[in-house]
Write a protein that binds this ligand. Sequence first.
Ligand SMILES: C[S@@+](CC[C@H](N)C(=O)[O-])C[C@H]1O[C@@H](n2cnc3c(N)ncnc32)[C@H](O)[C@@H]1O
Length: 233
Amino acid sequence: MIKLDENDDFWKHFFKNPKKAYNPYMYRLKEFPEYIMYDNEIMDSYKGRWNEYFKNDNPIYVEIGSGSGNFALGMCEKYRDRNHIALELRFKRLHSSARKSKKLNLSNVLFIRRFGEELTEFLGECEISGLYINFPDPWEGNEKNRIIQENLFSSLDKVLKIGGKLFFKTDHDKYYEDVLQLSGNLENYKLVYHTSDLHNSEKAEDNVLTEFEQLFLNKFQKNINYIEIEKIK
Ligand SMILES: C[S@@+](CC[C@H](N)C(=O)[O-])C[C@H]1O[C@@H](n2cnc3c(N)ncnc32)[C@H](O)[C@@H]1O
């Protein structure tokens, strides 16, 4: 841990009050300015004009909870004509994602330190073409804290294009069932695909693995659930 330097107010990007010591990876986010953004004001200034940031007109996809970035990098290598904004909270995971992006010399990915609940603060109207949420915390016993709930769709009402999709993968069977049920109650959205066994489905070939997914496959041989929900109006 790095000790607090009284003259350094970098922590203010992340915390309300100062701490005695900080995770060194917090400071190390500065090592990759081309791949990591942590200043909310700068993010918000790109609201409605992320294409200017990427310097192209390609569609923008967002990912919430990108972990150490394997899915984001896999998607960016596979779909060079898309831009990918990945939200993650953990400093070390952001740092690792950026380090790998630099190694691959990617120009269509950006990692931001931002809560998934804040999409409407930095994304403009109908600005994104899709949202990926892979293996989010199921919040067992505290389900009201889940990222996928009605509030998320209220945000997507604003920021997702019509015809755009939410893509959701989880190992958690109950979360999968709950999202299936929720999708039936949403006026502006349609469930277009679901399977409780992604790796033995027609979508398997196109699937890009996340770190958690790789772990579940290798260690536990757990079935992976997958859902696509499309915005129809
Ligand atoms: C279980 S991990 C899955 C990581 C990755 N998607 C994967 O499949 O390997 C969930 C990730 O979401 C991040 N996270 C949790 N809550 C979040 C939130 N509200 N906004 C953005 N990221 C969040 C965590 O820091 C963690 O890295």
